[in-house]
Design a protein around this ligand. Sequence first.
Ligand code: G3H
Length: 196
Amino acid sequence: PRKIILSRHGESQYNEKALIGGNSSLSVRGERYSRALPEAVIARLPQDEAVSVAVWTSTLKRTIETARFLPFPKLRWKALDEINAGICDGMTYEDIAERYPAEYEARKKDKLRYRYPSGESYMDVIQRVEPVIIEMERERECLVIVAHQAILRCLYAYFMNVPSEDIPRVAIPLHTIIELTPLPDGTMSEVRIAVD
Ligand code: G3H
């Protein structure tokens, strides 16, 4: 693609309560981000008239709501849904440490390979997003991807050559766009812009 813009969904009602997973709507701050996003994205696009842009989201409410005001065609990918936390979905990290201490420790030890019971590991997610990456590689125009922390860690790592072991800890902050632009030497340049 000419350019890839990555964004997490705006702050969700679950984020406000530090709950993982779920399918909540945006918080008031998250909604404010969804309204600020179009201007921030448009400012970073190539300024030629013929520029074409596609917006890809997950199937979860928080990414669809975040992309709502972007004036470009949209596509929803189930493969972009957040890592499935299985039996821990809807809990805080403190809840998990208290209720399933062995799971909590196992994840801390090997976050890349740890699979939530009835859920997924980062390794699973890396596999799951592969078809999306193939389509990203085929795309000739600009892509805006509104997804989730774990998902964006995997996409970012693929394009920026982050070693697998580091993927689960890549910083993907809320309310920040990450712009990746292919360079002639085959690498990507990166710009991060906080949007408030
Ligand atoms: O709700 C899930 C989080 O976005 C993933 O974060 O893999 O650092 O626990 P984590």
